[in-house]
Design a protein around this ligand. Sequence first.
Ligand code: GTS
Length: 263
Amino acid sequence: MATTGVRGTVRKIDSIVQKSTTTRINSVSPSRMFLEYHRRLIYVCLALHSSNNFAMGPYTITYFGVRGRCGAMRIMMADQGQEWKEIVVDFADWMKGDLKATCVFGQLPKLEDGGFALYQSNAILRHLGRNHDAYGKDGKEAALIDMMCDGVEDLRLKYVKMIYQEYDTGKDVYIKDLPNHLDKFEAVMAKNKTGFLVGDKPSFADYSLFEVLLNHLVLCSSCLDTFPSLKSFVEKMSARPKIKTFLDSEAYKKLPINGNGKQ
Ligand code: GTS
């Protein structure tokens, strides 16, 4: 399908969907639900439309309408040329509890890989890493990638705590302390010299770090100015053609970073 054809189809479906008073997937009529569902699928196709040869993948992400804990896995799938579907859960529907009761830890995101369901965002990243050869070339590289992913998770948890619990009172302190966390990643990146954390191609830990750094650049646009290796990493990852297409897509841009609107 040509890009203009996809855009045209999205516009046509958008104009029909806009007549609906709501876009919540669980509260629209079956025909509107069908249109909205396919509109979202087309956005995903469009986001990945850097060539006509992207893989037809078996993945479905179920999550709220934010980047949140799905940012890294979406960027990773886009870069791997892997198509996926999205089921966007409205928080009011989530609060009814039916879906929550089916989730292993009562939380989202959920990734479905065919009939296989997986929860916990970092377990999902690892699964994608195994499936897409982004988990190192041997056991030692895999262990280092695990270590880096856990390091990114520590930073992500600090960021999430500040965003959701301390934004008004703790943002400035957080930004002041940020170099003490970023310098660890800078040292690893500078030492490896390949432009990636481990080995010579991107692993799931790189996608996770990249996504966390993008969020931090929104929080503080100068935060990488004293970290040349991290700055170059973000520039190079952003310029990878499939990542660029995804980051430029409406599917990505329309989603807030966090559920409370703070960033
Ligand atoms: N450790 C989990 C992961 O990494 O997947 C955390 C998942 C989590 O906190 N999910 C939140 C949730 O489901 C949404 S978000 O924080 O990722 O935006 N919240 C709803 C609830 O009822 O707990």
